[in-house]
Design a binder for this molecule. Structure first.
Ligand SMILES: [Zn+2]
Length: 298
């Protein structure tokens, strides 16, 4: 009986997605935007859940299975997924989603990139520096508009029949970003020009858009955990610049931030950087709403 149920369930799943595009994104923010653009015409899954740090993911058999049946693979690019993306794609043996194929979309292509390092800076001594610049561009909602437009274009290319719908949906997504942008900017106005501390260099595009100034990171170098000597430097910076906020993702230890908060006036703000990492961040709009809320609540 149980066997029959499983067979029926499998048949149902296949039927439910028949005719739909199968999209796999590397991160959950891209999945949220793809869902908004594709509507009912695609089944969308993300490799990273919102609670997983995309810098450090293991290529698991489950991810290879997801990639195997994908019609379209969407990545953040700029080396964010460098440690695991190709092992997953290679393992899937799915030629459609290899880089350069129509089934592979790197949405960083049209992004104005920040922090592109000089060639002579690219040594191991610099820490986890990405050659193409800082890959955390998705936290600027203006960049989410560029990404939605690129996704619509690629979906239309793969599924011309529904091309009009994808473009209409992407336009609606952009309009909604514009509408909320006014609210986000107004809410963050009191922080404009104010220095903050962040754990990792994840907030560069967000702060650039909304006028917050990053004085120093808790990581002495990208990807390198805080050490006592560096924490002394951060504490001094917080005191001299009268910094009120230490902003970090939920997956980092709070220990370093707590040690600074004990000695200064700064408070710790844990805010998600990916959709789905918090029940309040169910889609891309809710994610930015929640970041703004956490930064501004007293
Ligand atoms: Zn990073």
């Amino acid at each position: 009986m149980r066997k029959i149920m499983i067979v029926l369930a499998a048949a149902f799943c296949t039927a439910a997605y028949a005719g739909k595009l199968n999209v796999v994104t590397t991160t959950s923010d891209l999945a949220s935007i793809t869902e908004a653009v594709a509507g009912k015409h695609a089944k969308v899954e993300s490799i990273c859940s919102g609670n997983q740090d995309p810098h450090h993911l293991q290529a698991r058999p489950k991810f290879i299975m997801m990639a195997r049946s994908a019609d379209l693979w969407i990545r953040t690019g700029m080396e964010l997924e460098i440690g695991w993306e190709m092992p997953v794609i290679d393992g899937s043996r799915n030629r459609k989603i290899r880089p350069g194929e129509p089934g592979h979309l790197d949405v960083s292509k049209h992004i104005r990139k920040l922090e592109i390092p000089q060639a002579d800076m690219l040594t191991r001594a610099m820490g986890d520096v990405h050659a193409q610049g800082n890959p955390h561009y998705m936290l600027d909602p203006e960049n989410a508009k560029i990404v939605a437009t690129d996704i619509a274009e690629r979906l239309a290319q793969l599924d011309p029949e529904n091309g009009g719908t994808y473009k209409t949906n992407a336009a609606a997504f952009c309009t909604e970003i514009d509408r909320r942008m006014k609210t986000w900017k107004t809410a963050l106005e009191p922080l404009n020009g104010k220095p903050i501390v962040t754990y990792h260099k994840s907030w560069v595009y967000f702060c650039n858009r909304f006028g917050l100034k990053i004085a120093i990171e808790l990581e002495p170098k990208p990807g390198v955990p805080p050490c006592p000597a560096h924490l002394t430097r951060v504490t001094e910076t917080v005191q001299t610049e009268k910094i009120g906020i230490i902003l970090q993702e939920p997956w980092y230890s709070r220990k370093a931030a707590e040690r600074i908060a004990e000695k200064t006036e700064a408070r710790i703000v844990a805010a998600p950087t990916y959709t789905g990492s918090d029940p309040g961040a169910g889609d891309y709009f809710a994610l930015i709403d929640l970041i703004v809320k956490r930064l501004t609540e007293k």
